[in-house]
Structure formats: C-alpha cells, structure tokens
Design a protein around this ligand. Structure first.
Ligand SMILES: *Cc1c(COP(=O)(O)O)cnc(C)c1O
Length: 429
C-alpha cells in the first residue's frame, strides 16, 4: 500500500474484502465484545502474545479499518482512533506528561484546546505554557528546559488559518529531546503531512474535513514509530511496570509502539472515549472523497477570500491563497495543493451591524463546526473562542470583529452573492 499513490490509498488502504466474505464496502462490526476461542486464546490476548479483539472500547475491526486508512494517508507508523478530537489531544498530552511537567503550546489553536489547557491540565499537575515562541525556533530554544514534555501546535490554525514551520520547530525541539505534536485537523493529510516535516505525533479531529460531512464526532492519534525520543529520564512512564501488564512495562511489550500502546491501555481504556463502529464506517466513506472535497473547499475558500478582500465591508482577510497573507512564502512552499477551506475576515462597522449581517446570511450554516460539505460561518470571538480571556484573545490574534468561514462544496458564486446581500442588509455596502 505504501507504494500506491495518495488517491489510491484513500480508497483502498486498511481494508481487504478477502478478509470479510469479499464484502466491497467494509462491514460495521456492531458488537461490544468478542468470544475467546478457548482459555489459551483468552490468556494470549490478555498478555499481548497474540493480536486480536477483546472489547470494542479498546478495539473493533471497523474502527481499525478507519484508523489504518488514515495511517496510510499520513505515512504514520502507529495509530489509534478515539471518540473525538478532544480525546485525541488530551490523551496524547496526558500520555506524554503523565508525571507532570510542562507542555509548550502555540496560542493559535482550537478554543476547546485552550479550554483544556486552562482548566483540565492544571488539575492534573501539568503546566501548559501558551506562547508564540513555539513558532519561532530561536525563542523556542530558550523555552526547552528539562521539564518540557511536548511542543503542541496546529499546522493550519483555527480560526486564523496561520501556518507553522513544522520543519524548523521539530529540528529545534528534537535537539532538546522533546517531541512535536501537531494538530493537523484543518490541513488534513491531503494538503499537508506533518510527518514529512519532522513531526513526531499527529492528532486529528476527524469530525472535520478529514471525514467531511458533519455527521460524526471522531479523533485519531498517530505517531512516526521513532520511540528513541522517549527517553527513560524524561518519560519514565513508558518503562515502568503497569499492573494491567502483569509487571511488564509498555516498552517491554511493544518496543516499537509503546506511545500509542500506553495511550490505548491507560487513557482510551480507562477514560473510555471510544469511537463507535457505526461512526468509523461513516468516517471511511468520508475518506473516500477526501482529496476531491478538500481541493474544492480550498478553491472555494480562495474565491471567497479574493471577493472579501475586494469588499468595502471588510477590514482584512486571512487565507493562505492571498498575496497579503502573513505566511505567504511558507504557504507557497508547504501547501502546493491549496490553502484549505477555512478563512477569516474582519467585518467593518458596529457589533449591531455584524449581528444584522449574520442574521441575514441564508446559504451558509451559522454554527461551530468546520470542514463540512456545507459552507459554515461563525463569529468565533463570541462562540468557538469565547472562553478565551482578553489577554488570550490578544495572544491568539483574534480581533473582536473576526468572522470565520469554512467553505463547503457549493457553487462559489452563490456563496459570494449570499455574503453580498447580507452586507447590504447590514448597511455596509
Ligand atoms: C474541532 C477541533 C478539535 C476538537 O475536535 P472534536 O472532534 O470536536 O472533539 C480539535 N482541534 C481542532 C483544530 C478542531 O477544529
């Protein structure tokens, strides 16, 4: 499969009809549990001598097909699918900082992620330092103390569509023995594959453009298979015996895959945000059109961005396709297939006019999701990122007049006409 090209892998990887009565479309294994053949089989499964399914919270064939397909698209070595993007992010960072320590995080991230950093991680004894030094190798260098367990950032950020130079960040972090975790939700592996740029771990909200139909909540954790960064000194949790492993450590059992193994065994198993087989099936169907969807979303977003930039109702626009874009050079180098479906703009006028504009939008859905086949619009500072305090808003570069668009698959001219009539209704044109 690794030799096949991306678009072939997105249709074929991870699933063999021959394993399932020649069924062309993957079956939904709608089962909670799996029979043991006999006592020896039970013992072999429990001691990891044999691979197999036990209980759907920690493994299900349909969920595996979905996870393996994304693994093939990203060029990852190991993968686990979980019940949401938030589960992917929290399980990953808890797995790296289970003994406490510091996570260095970019300020340009999803609102729920900031919420977890502010409210959940401190309770767990984990310090999260949110700083734009993460994006600047020279300043990052000074932050990488012995206490740091991970660097966390988004490849294309939500809601600003900012880019990060993952090659430079990874090179710096690795010199200090720290892994780089990339939330690649907005980019998807179609536009950008972080492992090719030095990332160690990739997380997804598969709720978004990866599966693309706004009909499931799902997440994934992937790694590059290089366990050498996880040293005994900085990450003793991988080398200590675990009761569930009868005195063995995760590294004893899976020397090439102990990061994902421990995330599954401790967090997916015990906190329990499992992906359902039904949702995994919908995810597989969504992946089949990943390239076609994301290419059209990127093209539609570029058209909307160009229209908005020319509109007197708009103060500024952020999208990788624009010459005025802050990271235009990086976008040319790293995003040759398109800038993604998400753009943001600053609306001119008062808060009341902004409300009239939003209330007059007819075609775009007004809600918090993104990456859907349908176009979506949202006033992020009042909704998806409303939990940020004033300092965090400033650090995250989210002005109060920011409006985020996630371009769908409609005709771009209809979308532009909808924006135009809403600007008119708000008295902005
Ligand atoms: C939506 C989103 C998440 C959270 O994913 P859920 O599937 O909603 O839990 C994480 N990161 C980014 C960038 C997102 O857009």
């Amino acid at each position: 499969m690794a030799e096949l090209r991306f678009d072939t892998r997105k249709i074929r990887a991870g699933y063999e009809p021959a394993d399932n009565n020649q069924a062309v479309s993957p079956p939904i294994y709608q089962t909670a549990s799996y029979d043991f053949r006999d006592t020896e089989h039970a013992q072999n499964l429990f001691t990891y001598k044999e691979a197999g399914y036990l209980y759907t919270r920690v493994g299900n064939p349909t969920v595996t097909y979905f996870a393996e397909r994304v693994k093939a698209l990203d060029g990852a070595a190991n993968v686990v699918a979980v019940g949401s993007g938030m589960a992917a992010i929290t399980y990953t960072l808890m797995n790296l900082a289970s003994k406490g320590g510091t996570i260095l995080a970019s300020p340009y991230v999803y609102g729920g992620t900031i919420d977890a950093f502010d409210r959940l991680f401190p309770e767990l004894g984990i310090t999260v330092k949110i700083t734009d030094a993460v994006l600047d190798p020279e300043r990052l260098e000074k932050e990488l103390t012995d206490d740091v367990k991970a660097v966390f950032l988004e490849s294309i950020s939500n809601p600003n569509a900012y880019l990060a130079d993952i090659d430079a960040v990874s090179e710096t972090a690795h010199r200090h023995g720290v892994p780089v975790v990339v939330d690649n939700t907005l980019a998807t592996p179609y536009l950008y594959r972080p492992f090719e740029h030095g990332a160690d771990i990739v997380v997804y909200s598969a709720t978004k453009a990866l599966t693309g139909h706004g009909n499931i909540i799902a997440g994934l954790i992937l790694d590059n298979g290089d366990m050498s960064l996880y040293t005994k000194e900085r990450y003793p949790q991988f080398y200590e015996p675990i009761v569930m492993l009868k005195g063995k450590s995760p590294a004893d059992i899976f020397p090439d895959n102990f990061f994902i193994f421990r995330a599954t065994l401790v967090y997916l198993n015990l906190l329990g945000a499992a992906l359902s087989p039904q949702d995994a099936y919908l995810g597989i169907i969504g992946l089949e059109t990943l390239s076609e969807r994301v290419a059209k979303q990127s093209a539609n977003a570029a058209k909307l961005a160009a229209y908005l930039e020319s509109s007197p109702a708009v103060e500024w626009v952020r999208h990788p396709s624009l010459e005025s874009y802050k990271y235009r050079e990086l976008a040319k180098k790293h995003l040759p297939l398109g800038g993604g479906g998400v753009l943001s703009f600053g609306i001119k006028g008062t808060a009341e006019q902004e409300a009239v504009f939003l209330n007059n939008i007819r075609l775009f859905h007004y809600h918090v999701n993104l990456g859907d086949a349908r176009s979506l619009i949202v006033d992020s500072p009042n909704t998806t990122h409303s939990e940020l305090n004033a300092d965090e808003m400033k650090l995250a570069d989210i002005p109060s007049n920011l409006i985020r668009i996630s371009a769908g698959l409609e005709d771009a001219d209809d979308l532009i006409a909808d924006l135009e009539q809403a600007f008119l209704a708000a008295g902005l044109l």
